[in-house]
Design a protein around this ligand. Structure first.
Ligand code: NAD
Ligand code: UDP
Length: 339
């Protein structure tokens, strides 16, 4: 029988794509999401892609009574925990809100899992836990020096789960440190649609290409990088989604805790992304090179070799495909799930 996987935050960008990968791998996802940063219409799109109706529970991971009921009524085999807040700037403005959602949310979830005897947890961490790295590629052993309340919240959860694993070694936990997730499912039916003005590069470029915004402001052209613009490790969201399935398969082998980077191991500059997107979309991307953005690291990318050896996972999709898939989603859904 197909195993039930609770996907918190499953209506969001990465969670929704992971539901597609879970169904493809033979699992049955159950989504718990408070729709704070997502649109319920994603569910119909997921049904079109997967051919399955995915059970959706609207609610908050901090609601212990709801979680207890959920675990009582469903034979959940494992939890993938995406639910959380992710805007670095907002976390600086309202740190308590971030610690409550991200840290307390995971605490309540883990306690409910323990009470229900569910001991497999795949957690969405972030490369932001590294802060400004000494060098790239960054291995998992690099020091963690997060620089924002958001980054601290991810690191605190990692620590909390590591402590839990020491106390109860029969847990199976994967801490997945994502680099820069971009792209969309190749159907163009699901993708990322930030509310308001996008903070991140790829959604901003998409909105310029589709005519929603005039020009991209490139944040800094004087970094010590090959073309002077910031360099990141962009990873296709479907590769990430498959990385979660790989982490689940790995967890099934034996109890343990793994901390693994999910990235391509390759850096791309802002202008590399602009060029690849122009090629993918056939649209010119107007841009101006402006001042650096406060708090930005010039360049970093991950060392994915542990994910290769431990999870048997490797990113397969390159920058061009990331741009093509982002564009397919953006051009057919300029306003997100409302079209
Ligand atoms: P997203 O905002 O699209 O998805 C998160 C989902 O969680 C949303 O649907 C939101 O409504 C839901 N949610 C938030 N708080 C909740 C709560 N308390 N209870 C129930 N549902 C709640 O974000 P995403 O890009 O899909 O990110 C998923 C996870 O991955 C987050 O934890 C994020 O911090 C982490 N992450 C994201 C990135 C990135 O660049 N996108 C990078 C590294 C890590
Ligand atoms: N960036 C940019 N203009 C934008 C948004 C981002 O030039 O409107 C740059 C940013 O300075 C960084 C890269 O694009 O070098 C990736 O930024 P993003 O916010 O997507 O990811 P993060 O900085 O969080 O890794």
């Amino acid at each position: 029988m197909s195993e039930l996987i609770l996907v918190t935050g499953g209506a969001g960008f990465i969670g929704s794509h992971t539901c597609v990968a879970l169904v493809a791998a033979g699992y049955t996802p159950v989504i718990l999401d408070n729709l704070g940063n997502s649109d319920v219409r994603v569910l119909r799109r997921l049904a079109t892609i997967t051919g399955k109706t995915i059970e959706f529970i609207e609610g908050d991971v901090r609601d212990r009574a709801l979680l207890d009921r959920l675990f009582r009524e469903h034979a959940i085999a494992a939890v993938m925990h995406f639910a959380g807040l992710k805007a670095v700037g907002d976390s600086v403005a309202d740190p308590l809100h971030y610690y409550d959602n991200n840290v307390n949310g995971t605490l309540v979830l883990a306690a409910a899992m323990r009470a229900a005897g569910v001991k497999t947890l795949i957690f969405s961490s972030s490369a932001t836990v590294y802060g400004e790295p000494e060098s790239s590629p960054i291995p998992e052993s690099a020091p963690c020096r997060p620089e924002s309340p958001y980054g601290h919240s991810k690191r605190m959860v990692e620590q909390m789960l590591a402590d839990l694993h020491v106390a109860q070694p029969d847990w199976r936990i994967a801490l997945l440190r994502y680099f820069n997730p971009v792209g969309a499912h190749q159907s163009g039916l699901i993708g990322e649609h930030p509310q308001g003005k996008p903070n991140n590069l790829m959604p901003y470029v998409c909105q310029v290409a589709v005519g929603l915004r005039d020009r991209l402001a490139v944040h800094g052209g004087d970094y010590p990088t090959p073309d002077g613009t910031g360099v990141r490790d962009y990873v296709h969201v479907m590769d990430l989604a498959e990385g979660h399935v790989a982490a689940l398969s790995h967890a099934a082998l034996a109890p343990g805790l793994v901390t693994v980077n999910l990235g391509t191991g390759q850096g791309a500059s802002v202008l590399d992304v602009v060029k690849a997107f122009e090629l993918a979309s056939g649209q010119p991307i107007a841009y101006d090179i402006g001042p650096r953005r406060a708090g930005d690291v010039p360049a970093y990318w991950g060392d994915p070799s542990l994910a290769h050896s431990t999870l048997r996972w490797k990113a397969r999709r390159g920058l061009q495909q990331m741009c093509e898939d982002s564009w397919r989603w953006q051009k057919s859904n300029p306003k997100g799930y409302g079209n």
